[in-house]
Design a protein around this ligand. Structure first.
Ligand SMILES: Cc1ncc(COP(=O)(O)O)c(C=O)c1O
Length: 360
């Protein structure tokens, strides 16, 4: 069957070799006579899968032993609540940087659990940039500082990390986890929904410094307390077993390519191809400031709504799908996550070229 190039923001395209491997193991996993979907999460077979996934993720991200890796559910959105419930502690206040729609949602949710200070914001220009963050921007008495490393909707990213001193830095890395080298030691906690760079939806990864576990607010549901999952090795209840298995296959695929260093190089190259084309075109205009442009999510505009609609529908006829921009930015958005091959980006550029010469 013919596959398309899928530029969806998430659930997003998966590496083809991973899908093929999963297909080959779907009915009987490694001689066990059953699919991973049918295995008990308490079985030795599944234990091997979850511990293998953790080991591989630790290796890819160089996660120090002082951090726990948790395989959870509820999406990044549930972490908008879990983070303050677990980290707010007696300090009762936290700093947030408002760089997009998802950061805004994280802020709204966190307000339920403490005093939230918006240390910096780029809302004045519809989140087209990442604000400069001097150390003085943060409250030294805050329980943590929250950032969104890649802003999926407006297509910006942090090119460097803010210095928050002794205050733990917390990152929603849903749309750029594993896309570029980052020093995990700079963070108190990193969380990400799986459905962009890790695997199928239904799995959420939390990487948390061990000393930050165990201080959840009174009445925190057990399922939202990191200590519960840390103690149980992410097996307190039934985890999303098949999604964890798929994540393990994606981690192995990435490792086989040369790990995060290699994929970062590929990502920089893919993004440069697309941005260079946009910058040299007279039909398309990028929406994010150049210095903060995302390697993963590339939003751009065409001159009119009609032309935009025609672009998206023509692209679809050419096997380039899910290019409609988010309603808050409009235009077109191409998400080019780890699993999007360079050929996909080149096919998109070739189409954009043709469309421009027909409509320019
Ligand atoms: C940066 C970011 N944070 C959070 C979310 C919400 O994730 P979930 O649907 O897993 O709750 C998304 C989804 O696209 C996102 O891009």
């Amino acid at each position: 069957m013919e596959r398309v190039y899928n530029f969806s923001a998430g659930p997003a395209t998966m590496p083809l070799p991973v899908l093929k491997k999963a297909r080959s193991e779907l009915l009987a996993h490694e001689g066990h006579g059953m699919s991973v979907m049918e295995m008990s999460h308490r079985s030795a077979m599944f234990e091997e899968i979850i511990s293998g996934a953790e080991e591989m993720l630790r290796r890819l991200m160089h996660i120090p032993d002082t951090y726990s890796v948790l395989f959870l559910q509820g999406g990044a959105s549930l972490q908008f609540a879990a983070v303050p419930m677990n980290l707010m502690g007696e300090k009762g206040r936290a700093d947030y940087v408002k760089t997009g729609v998802w950061a805004k949602k994280a802020i709204e949710q966190a307000k339920t659990y403490g005093e939230i200070n918006v240390a910096a914001s780029s809302e004045d220009r519809n989140f087209a940039y990442v604000p400069k963050l001097e150390k003085g921007a943060f409250d030294p008495g805050a329980a943590y500082v929250h950032i969104t490393t890649n802003n999926t909707i407006c297509g910006t990213r942090y090119t460097g990390l803010p210095d928050t001193g002794d205050v733990p830095l917390v990152a929603d890395a849903s749309s750029d986890i594993l896309a570029q080298e980052r020093d995990v030691g700079r963070f108190g906690l990193i969380y990400a929904g799986a459905q962009k760079n890790i695997g199928p939806a239904g799995l959420t990864i939390v990487i948390v410094r061990k000393d930050l576990i165990g201080n959840a607010m009174p009445k925190t549901p057990f399922m939202l307390d990191y200590a519960t999952h840390d103690k149980a090795g992410s097996l307190y209840n039934t985890p999303p077993t098949f999604a964890i298995y798929m994540a393990k296959l994606v981690f192995e695929w990435l490792d086989g390519l040369g790990g995060v260093t290699a994929i970062e190089q590929a990502n920089r190259h893919k993004a440069a191809l697309l941005y260079d084309f946009i910058d040299n075109s007279s039909l398309y205009t990028g929406t994010a400031d150049r210095q903060d442009r995302s390697l993963m999510c590339v939003p751009f505009l065409l001159p009119t709504k009609e032309l935009t609609e025609e672009f998206v529908s023509e692209a679809e006829k050419n096997g380039l799908v899910n290019l409609k921009g988010h309603r808050s930015v409009g235009g077109v958005r191409a998400c080019i996550y780890n699993a999007m091959p360079e050929e996909g980006v080149k096919a998109l550029i070739a189409f954009m070229q043709r469309f421009e010469s027909n409509n320019g």
